[in-house]
Unconditional design. Sequence first.
Length: 207
Amino acid sequence: MQPFTTLTGIAAPLPLVNVDTDQIIPAKWLKTIRRTGLGAGLFESLRFREDGSENPDFVLNREPYRRAKILIVGENFGCGSSREHAPWALLDFGIRCIIAPSFADIFHNNCFKNGILPIVLPREQVELLMKEAENAAEPVFTVDLESQLIHRPSGNEPIAFEIEPFRRHCLLNGLDDIGLTLEKLAAIEAFEQRQRLTMPWLWAQGR
């Protein structure tokens, strides 16, 4: 998993509430277990018309938001079914950070497991950032995970955010569940070596 330390990029405002995982990535995209290529289906029903052409009113189809790395969204983002393809699609599109007043729990957890930083802020602060993203000539924000600050294009005082220390450690070091396990590799190998000596029948060939 790619570490997340400091992210500088365009922030796209998406002032919708209760955006569910089927809106993020429709069910027809769930046939694959590959994490690449899913960005094409991100927000498919919102980004595209029935004839397959782009919807020019959708924020990610407009400049400069086509190149967004940050999403600023409404309450309860990621509700609905617990599909891990949702953060995969966001990541494949280029989104590494989502700022919202609240997230659905499973989606929130899946973001951390896939290297996306979900930031929870009071609604008033989210609305402030959303307005800046809408009105700034260059809506470029910097999210600094080490200092836990969001630097704004206006140059006004950065906004601080909270994150659990364990989650912060994992993102800063690029540790998913497998990476966390491999941190204990020496202890695992030492345990197996002791077990081979004390319980050799568990390691017998052909069992």
